[in-house]
Design a protein around this ligand. Structure first.
Ligand code: FAD
Length: 353
């Protein structure tokens, strides 16, 4: 019998599995070949800002610092390179935004995060610079296309990974709470299925507020090798390729690409540069966003051995390391979860359903 059966090996399930293994627990993971995984669509960006109002995103100081040191440590432990520091430039959209930025960059905590940027450094690039440029510190990228396979290999070496779709009808919870699934017996099961939790009969009572997102992979010359933000982001890849992202669509939960999203993204691009682009690829995924924009952690209202680790929204890379620790402290050390992230905030919906 294992201590934990984890369902899903996206960023949430991967980091939770690593945390449990590190603390000495036995783990098995079932993953459906990353089918519709939003972790594979994500740009993998880690930064502390919310640009609409030039403020820190929720809990950003704690979460950014924690995730940066986490991934740096994991690179050493797992002997792989998947975490990269970025030069992140914000093209101001108005004189008001520029003023707000300049005022904030001398006030704590922004004085460590926001900086001025000397425009002349990017004069040679095809960038439209109407209102000036700021630089954002603490900006990194997790290469999920490297990180997830590294974790997968580690789980395979431990004989802990099963590549299949979990069939809920074959999941049995015995009276003593022991979980049986085919030939696996576990003391606990933790669902880390990202947006696909909507098919999970144990958690169908949770309110849904998922956000589809699409990105384009572009080929374009004369752009700088920096991450650029202005109503969208342009993330440099190798050989004059860039990711242009991302759309936010609350009315669809499929993972199909659309012409509307392509047009919207290219329209946003036209505010950054006039340089012609070739669209090489388009991808779509669904962010596991929640009704109150907070993660959802905890235990099923009736089954003490069925748990949920999800709702990482549009910042899974930044949230997963911190909240995986919180989750294991809760599961094993009985440390109470804060109300704002505790699944119990939705318990009434379970009884109303
Ligand atoms: C366009 C776009 C851009 C984004 N950019 C960023 C970014 O720059 N930075 C950032 O932090 N976040 C970003 N995000 C958000 C990020 O993708 C999510 O926060 C994160 O990936 C969620 O991870 P997850 O592990 O919860 O879910 P997922 O990545 O969806 O993983 C779920 C896993 O569970 C498996 N699974 C599901 N159901 C079952 C089942 N029944 N049986 C077996 N396996 C199952 C799936 O195969 C999958 O592998 C972006 C998202 C989108 C769509």
């Amino acid at each position: 019998m294992v201590d934990y059966l984890i369902v899903g090996q996206g960023i949430a399930g991967s980091i939770l599995a690593l945390e449990l293994i590190e603390r000495g627990f036995s783990v098995k993971v079932i993953d459906n070949h990353h089918y519709k995984s939003s972790s594979l669509i994500a740009g993998g960006l880690v930064h502390p800002m919310s640009f609409r109002r030039t403020i820190l995103s929720w809990n950003a100081e704690v979460l950014s610092k924690h995730s940066i040191s986490y991934y740096q440590k994991k690179e050493k432990e797992l002997k792989a390179n998947f975490f990269e520091s970025l030069t992140f430039l914000r093209l101001f959209g108005s004189i008001e935004e520029q003023n707000t930025w300049f005022t904030k960059q001398s006030i704590a905590p922004y004085n460590n995060i926001l900086e001025s940027f000397d425009d002349s450094k990017i004069e040679k690039y095809a960038i439209k610079n109407n209102f000036g440029i700021g630089k954002v510190n603490w900006s990194y990228r997790l290469h999920l296309d490297v990180f997830l396979p590294v974790v997968k290999n580690k789980l395979e070496e431990l004989g802990a990974l099963f590549l299949e779709k979990l069939d809920y009808s074959k999941l049995e919870v015995l009276e003593n709470g022991i979980v049986n699934y085919k030939n696996i017996t576990a003391k606990n099961i933790v669902f880390c299925e990202g947006h696909q939790y909507i098919h999970n009969p144990y958690f169908s009572y949770l309110p849904q507020n998922l956000t589809k997102g699409e990105i384009l992979i572009l080929n374009v010359k004369k752009l700088p090798p920096y991450l650029i933000s202005k109503n969208c982001f342009l993330l440099p890849l190798e050989n004059e390729k860039y990711i242009l992202g991302a759309t936010y669509n609350w009315s669809s939960t499929d993972c199909e690409t659309t012409d509307e999203a392509k047009t919207a993204l290219l329209e946003k691009y036209s505010k950054i540069s006039d340089e012609p682009v070739t669209v090489l690829e388009q991808r779509a995924g669904v962010r596991p966003t929640t009704i109150d924009r907070k993660p959802i952690l905890g235990t099923h209202p009736k089954h003490n051995s069925i748990h949920f680790f999800n709702g990482l929204g549009s910042k899974g890379v930044q949230l997963a390391p911190y909240y995986a620790e919180v989750m294991v402290d809760y599961l094993e050390n009985k440390i109470e979860l804060k109300k704002e992230i505790n699944i119990q905030r939705f318990t009434q919906k379970y009884y109303n359903a």
